[in-house]
Design a protein around this ligand. Sequence first.
Ligand SMILES: NC(=O)c1ccc[n+]([C@@H]2O[C@H](COP(=O)([O-])OP(=O)(O)OC[C@H]3O[C@@H](n4cnc5c(N)ncnc54)[C@H](O)[C@@H]3O)[C@@H](O)[C@H]2O)c1
Length: 260
Amino acid sequence: MTDLQNIVFPSLKDRVVIVTGAGQGIGRVFAKAFATAGARAVIAELNESKAAAVAAEIMRAGGQALAVTTDVADEASIKEMIEIVQDEYGRIDVLVNNAGIFSTLEMRPFDQIPLEEWERVLRVNLTGPFLCARAVLPAMRRAKWGRIINIASGAVRLGRPNYLHYIATKAALSGMSLSMARELGPDGITVNAILPGATFTEIERKTVTPQQKERIVAMQCIPRAEVPEDLVGAALFLASDAAAFVTGQSINLDGGVTGS
Ligand SMILES: NC(=O)c1ccc[n+]([C@@H]2O[C@H](COP(=O)([O-])OP(=O)(O)OC[C@H]3O[C@@H](n4cnc5c(N)ncnc54)[C@H](O)[C@@H]3O)[C@@H](O)[C@H]2O)c1
C-alpha cells in the first residue's frame, strides 16, 4: 500500500485544496494526503463532527486544515464555504469533487428506485460538483491557475447493475469533465476525472457483498482489495504543476479490471 509520505509533489506546498465529502472514506484520505504534501486541506463536508475530526487529525500530525460544514446540494451553503475559505486563505487552487451519496445506497433494480431517491442522488452526485466547480471559478480565473478533479467511478465502465442513479451520475461526471476542460483550458484550469474501482474504506456498505468483493479482486491485475491510498498518487499528480498539460481525462484506477 502507498505510504502518503512517499508521494512527493513539491508544487503542492500551501496550495488551497477543497475536498468535498472529506469526513470519511476516500475523501478523508485525500485530505490527509494533500496536507501531508504541504497543502492546506479544506474539509467541505455535510457531517459537522466528522469534518472537525478529520481537520483535528490533520492538524495533530502537523498539517494545515480547515473544516467547513457544507452541503454540496445547496448553492447557498457552497457560497458560504467559499467565503470562509477566501477569508481564511485568500485563494482556492484545487477542488476535489468527492462528496457523493455512495456508502448509504441500497442496491435495487432501477424500476424500484423511488423517484425522490433518484433526484437526491442526481442532486448531490452531479449537481453538487457542477455547483462547486462554478463556485471556485472566480478565484481560479483570477489566479489563471486551477485544478478540478471529479471523483467518478470505474463501475461506469463495468456497467454494474442495481444502482442506476449512481451510475448515471458518475458517467455524467466523466463526460462533464472533458467538456468543462474545453471551456476552462484558456484560463489555465484543468479538469479531470478519477474512476476508482471498488475501494474498501473504514465504512461498511451494502453496495458490495463479500462474494462480489472476491470476484472483483479476482478480476484485477493486482490481486488485492483496493484502498483509498491507491488513489492519492493520481490525485496529487493531477493537482500538481507536473500535470499542467493533462486535462479532460478520465483515469481508471481499478487495479487493472478494465483497460482504457
Ligand atoms: N469506495 C468506492 O468503492 C468508490 C468507488 C468509486 C467511486 N467512489 C466515489 O468516491 C467518493 C467517496 O467515496 P467513499 O467510499 O468515501 O463514500 P462515503 O459514502 O463513505 O463518503 C461520502 C462522504 O460524502 C459526504 N456527503 C454526502 N452527501 C454530502 C453533501 N450533500 N454535501 C457534502 N458532503 C456530503 C458524506 O457525509 C461522506 O462523508 C464518492 O463520490 C464515491 O461515489 C467510491
